[in-house]
Design a protein around this ligand. Structure first.
Ligand code: IMP
Length: 430
C-alpha cells in the first residue's frame, strides 16, 4: 500500500511537477488534499503548456485517477472552467473524483478575501484573492457549504442564507460594499450541481480500497511548509495544512499508510506575498535569480521575492514533514555565479540560532549566517547522472544535503520533464 506524499519544503513554487512527472505512469491516483485554486502549476507535455490551479496535476496523465480530497476548498466555477479548457484540448477528464465533504468557495468568499485585504492596508497578507481564507474560516466556524449540499436545495438555501445574514452586515456596514443576494449564489451553485454529481464520491473509502489493492497513491500538497497554517510563518500563511500531516486529515487515510514523504526544495528560495524571509535579496543577485529562474507567480503573475538557500528552513521542513527524500529543483538557475552563499544558521540580536526560532519576532529579525561555495559556469542541463555535473555543482549539492536533514534523491537541472539527475528512485526501496 504505497502512499507517497509530496510537499513543498519552502514557501511554495518549488516545482513539485518535477517529482510528479518523474513518478508519472507508475502512479494510479493523484490526490489534492489542501488548498484550492490559490495553487498554480504549469505542466509542459510535448509542446503543450497547461496552467492548472485547482485540478490535481494527475488529470493530465492517462490512466491516473485524480482526486480532490475533503481538505480542499473548491471554487466550482473555476473547476468547470479548468475542466472545459482541458476538454477543448482533448484531455480525458472523466476519471476525476471529488469528495462529497470538500468545502465550496462562493462569490461571497472571494469578495470577502479582497475587501479584508484592502482593509488591512500595510498589514495585508498578500493573499491570492481567491477566497481561500474566508472559505476555510467558514469551515472551522461550522457555517461552510460542502459539495454534498449541492444535492439538497433546501439545505443549500438555508446555509447560504444563514451565512449571508451575517456577512452582508459586514460587507455593507463595515466595508461599504453592496449586499450579496442569497438567490444569486444558490442559483449559480445549483447550475453546476448535475454536472458535478457523477464525479462526487466517498473519496476516503475509494482511496482506502485503492491502497488495500496495492495501488500507488500520490498525495500532492498545495502551497508549502512555511505557508502551513500551523507550522508556517503565521499569520503570513495560507489557511490550510500544507504539511505531510494534512495528507491524512485532508483525504481520510490513516497516517500509518504513508510510506514516503518527498520534500521539494529549490536550490535557492522564493516567496510570494508578505511575511518574513531572512535570505531575501534586494540587489542584483535577487534580480539574477528572478530572471534566470523566471520567478513570476503562475496564479497572480506577481514577481516572486528571491533569496539564497536557507538550510535551517530545509531542516525544519524535513523534521515537520518526516521527509524521506528531497527533490532539489532548479540547480541550473545558479549556473554562472562565481560563488554561492548558503544560509547555515541565523543570528538574532547577537545570538546564534541553528534551528528556526520559535518566536515570530525573532524570525522577523533573523539575519542569515552564510557559508560560500564555489560556483560553476558550464551548462548543466544535459547532465543525467551525478557524475555529469561539474565538480563545483556536485560539491554544492553534497554540502546542502549534509545540512538539510534528509538525502537529496533527485536534482532538477532544467525546465523540461526529463531534465533530471536521479540518485535514488522515489518509489524504490529505501
Ligand atoms: P491565500 O492562500 O490566497 O490565502 O494566500 C496566503 C499566502 O499564501 C499569500 O502570501 C500567498 O501569496 C501565498 N500562496 C498561496 N498559494 C501559493 C502558491 O501556490 N505558491 C506560493 N505562495 C502561495
Amino acid at each position: 500500500m504505497p502512499a507517497i506524499v509530496i510537499i513543498g519544503a519552502q514557501w511554495g513554487d518549488e516545482g513539485k511537477g518535477k517529482a510528479t512527472d518523474l513518478l508519472g505512469s507508475r502512479i494510479d491516483y493523484v490526490v489534492k488534499f489542501n488548498g484550492g485554486n490559490n495553487a498554480g502549476h504549469t505542466v509542459v507535455i510535448g509542446n503543450q503548456k497547461y496552467a492548472l490551479h485547482l485540478l490535481p496535476s494527475g488529470i493530465l496523465t492517462p490512466g491516473v485517477t485524480p482526486v480532490i480530497g475533503n481538505g480542499v476548498v473548491v471554487d466550482i466555477e473555476v473547476l468547470f472552467d479548468e475542466l472545459d479548457a482541458l476538454i477543448a484540448r482533448g484531455v480525458d477528464v472523466s476519471k476525476l473524483r471529488v469528495s462529497a465533504n470538500a468545502h465550496l468557495i462562493t462569490h461571497y468568499h472571494r469578495t470577502l478575501d479582497k475587501v479584508t485585504e484592502r482593509f488591512l492596508g500595510s498589514r495585508s497578507i498578500g493573499t491570492t484573492g481567491r477566497g481561500i481564507g474566508p472559505a476555510y474560516a467558514d469551515k472551522i466556524n461550522r457555517v461552510g457549504l460542502r459539495v454534498q449540499d449541492l444535492f439538497d436545495e433546501n439545505i443549500l438555501r438555508q446555509k447560504v442564507e444563514a451565512a449571508l445574514d451575517q456577512k452582508n452586515h459586514l460587507l455593507v456596514k463595515i466595508y461599504n460594499r453592496r449586499a450579496i443576494s442569497a438567490d444569486e449564489v444558490v442559483e449559480t451553485l445549483l447550475s453546476y450541481a448535475e454536472r458535478l454529481r457523477p464525479m462526487v464520491a466517498d473519496t476516503a473509502l475509494e482511496l482506502h480500497h485503492a491502497l488495500e489493492a496495492g495501488k500507488n497513491v500520490l498525495f500532492e500538497a498545495g502551497q508549502a511548509t512555511m505557508l502551513d497554517v500551523d507550522h508556517g510563518t503565521y499569520p503570513f500563511v495560507t489557511s490550510s495544512s500544507a504539511t505531510a500531516g494534512g495528507a491524512s486529515t485532508g483525504s481520510g487515510i490513516g497516517p500509518g499508510q504513508i510510506s514516503r514523504v518527498v520534500g521539494i526544495v529549490k536550490a535557492y528560495t522564493t516567496r510570494v506575498g508578505a511575511g518574513p524571509f531572512p535570505t531575501e535579496l534586494f540587489d542584483a543577485s535577487g534580480e539574477f535569480l528572478r530572471s534566470q529562474g523566471f520567478e513570476f507567480g503562475t496564479t497572480t503573475g506577481r514577481p516572486r521575492r528571491c533569496g539564497w538557500y536557507d538550510a535551517p528552513i530545509a531542516r525544519y521542513s524535513a523534521r515537520i514533514n518526516g521527509v524521506t527524500d528531497f527533490v532539489l529543483t532548479k540547480l541550473d538557475v545558479l549556473t554562472g555565479l562565481e560563488t554561492i552563499p548558503v544560509c547555515v544558521a541565523y543570528e538574532v540580536d547577537g545570538v546564534r540560532f541553528d534551528e528556526m526560532p520559535v518566536s515570530q519576532s525573532d524570525f522577523h529579525h533573523a539575519k542569515p549566517i552564510y557559508e560560500e561555495f564555489p560556483g560553476w559556469s558550464d551548462d548543466i542541463t544535459g547532465a543525467r547522472s551525478f557524475d555529469d555535473l561539474p565538480v563545483a555543482a556536485q560539491n554544492y549539492v553534497l554540502a546542502i544535503e549534509k545540512i538539510s536533514g534528509s538525502r537529496i534523491s533527485v536534482i532538477g537541472v532544467g525546465p523540461g520533464r526529463d531534465e533530471v539527475v536521479v540518485r535514488h528512485d522515489l518509489l524504490g526501496d529505501w
